[in-house]
Design a protein around this ligand. Structure first.
Ligand code: HEC
Ligand code: HEC
Length: 239
């Protein structure tokens, strides 16, 4: 399936239909209707993001490892990862969540908003909610609830893999983010309160902070098991 399209592409190119630079490596054809805002966004995505991210509707394949350079700049595959508008804006402004690889502010202003709306709409097309644990990179079984220790260990992974450290202080995770409040001490909260704080962050805002900064889609991004594990982890280490 995945390989069908490049073949067509080569066939067309061989037929001599057009010899113009078909695309940079890692890009294929855009599949959203032309002359729509989504199409402009897809073009922008191909231009600025496709080198490192995969997103089928934008014909982008950049998440696949580059066999020639072996560069480790490949970003998450948006066919299998859902994203919220806020999360994309955040990633664009801050250079991803680690700030280590993705350049900051490749686009800004209206272009950034257009792209964020586009990615939020189309990312995750290949997953049924909730995303499979495999897609999130943690392959633990969804069987019976694991013992508490394992839960907290899984929770540490969930914390590390979801960008929490970019915004929060948590010594146990070596996290020193300054955008949100420190998490030291939140481990004393009930599981229900932590659940709300993570899944529905705008329900109650910590005094001195603003609404809409913490991504509001962790409820969709995380499986129930990952969420339980994350809460168990905070209850254990954030004291
Ligand atoms: C040079 C490679 C590179 C380019 C170009 C790039 N990214 Fe990224 N991006 C990454 C890497 C690597 C990560 C994962 C590591 C991190 O979060 O710091 C990432 C993370 C992200 C995330 C967070 C994903 C998640 O769920 O953790 C979003 C959203 C994102 N990129 C969107 C974009 C958009 C939109 C563009 C185009 C404007 C873009 N990126 C361009 C490399 C890139
Ligand atoms: C883009 C920045 C950002 C990211 C990423 C982020 N948060 Fe937050 N978080 C905030 C901000 C800002 C607040 C304060 C506003 C509010 O209460 O929603 C907050 C509030 C919280 C609170 C409530 C704290 C309290 O004192 O009651 C918890 C718990 C929390 N975040 C956990 C997490 C976890 C766990 C993750 C990762 C799954 C995460 N956050 C990711 C920015 C972020």
């Amino acid at each position: 399936m995945r390989f069908a399209r490049p073949k067509t592409f080569f066939a067309i190119a061989l037929a001599g239909l057009s010899a113009i630079a078909v695309s940079a490596c890692g890009t294929q054809e855009i599949t959203v209707a032309s002359s729509t805002p989504a199409h402009s966004a897809a073009v922008l995505f191909q231009d600025r993001c496709a080198g490192c991210h995969t997103l089928a509707v934008a014909g982008a394949n950049g998440s696949a490892a580059n066999p020639r350079s072996g560069m480790r700049n490949n970003g998450p595959n948006f066919n299998v990862r859902k994203e919220s508008y806020e999360r994309v804006i955040y990633a664009i402004q801050n250079g991803g969540f680690s700030g280590a690889v993705m350049p900051q502010n490749i686009v800004s202003g209206a272009e950034a908003k257009l792209l964020a709306a586009f990615v939020a709409k189309y990312a995750g097309a290949d997953v049924n909610t909730p995303p499979s644990p495999g897609a999130m990179g943690s392959g633990s079984s969804a069987a019976a609830a694991p013992p508490k220790q394992d839960l907290a260990a899984l929770g540490a992974q969930v914390f590390a893999q979801n960008g929490c450290a970019a915004c929060h202080v948590l010594k146990a995770a070596n996290a020193a983010g300054k955008i949100g409040p420190t998490l030291e001490g939140v481990g004393a909260d009930t599981a229900a309160a932590l659940n709300t704080a993570i899944v529905n962050p705008n329900a109650e805002i910590v005094p001195g902070y603003q609404k809409g900064i913490m991504p509001a889609n962790f409820g969709q991004l995380l499986t129930a098991e990952q969420l339980t594990a994350l809460i168990a982890y905070l209850q254990k280490v954030a004291r």
